[in-house]
Design a protein around this ligand. Structure first.
Ligand code: PNS
Length: 183
């Protein structure tokens, strides 16, 4: 059976990757679909093309995963593509209420079933928005997102990350110098 893993993926996180890895083991094929709305382009950090590029790189190692995009209702996409099941990830109970509402809605308007996959607890606090926020301050996001996302975030905030690196180097030199003096 085929499945669709829809989302904004701005950018894809390690939590998404965890859900996708589990889904790819269960379903014959999984399409990761960036759902976009031309009227809401300003809301995202990455353009649709950038998000697709990141996704292609992050999912290249799967044999049964492809990447796609759609600018409309998810149920229309499911019908057009004749894809079977919607996959959504659940990180914590707090996700449940919102996801339940969407799942019921999609079943009501499109007769599409949703399957929830629980992300590992270590990703319970990771979201694209949190990662975008901390990356804008140059924090280490390497564990929270796949390498393709981390590289893209570091490119966007290159000046902040360069500043952080310079500070780190300066501290290291001060520590090394201090050790040298004592030794
Ligand atoms: O990653 P997100 O932002 O949680 O994903 C939400 C998404 C994109 C799956 C949802 O907003 C969606 O399906 N949008 C397409 C429009 C649609 O079908 N809306 C009805 C369900 S909310």
């Amino acid at each position: 059976m085929n499945a669709v893993f829809p989302g904004s993926f701005d950018p894809i996180t390690s939590g998404h990757m965890d859900v996708l890895t589990r889904a790819a083991k269960i379903f014959d094929h999984v399409t990761v679909t960036v759902m976009h709305n031309a009227r809401k382009t300003g809301r995202h950090l990455f353009t649709l093309e950038e998000r697709l590029e990141i996704l292609r790189e992050a999912t290249a190692h799967f044999g049964n995963v492809s990447v796609d995009s759609f600018g409309g209702l998810l149920v229309d996409y499911m019908r057009q593509q004749q894809k079977g099941i919607i996959i959504r990830g659940l990180r914590a109970v707090s996700d449940y209420e919102y996801e339940l509402q969407i799942a019921h809605l999609n079943r009501q308007i499109g007769e599409v079933e949703t399957v929830f996959i629980m992300a590992a607890t270590r990703w319970s606090f990771v979201s694209s928005s949190m990662v975008r926020e901390i990356a804008s301050y140059g924090a280490d996001i390497s564990e929270m997102v796949p390498r393709a996302s981390a590289n893209a975030l570091r490119r966007i905030h290159a000046d902040v990350y360069a500043e952080r690196e310079a500070e780190k180097l300066e501290t290291q030199l001060r520590v090394d110098g201090g050790v040298g003096e004592r030794g």
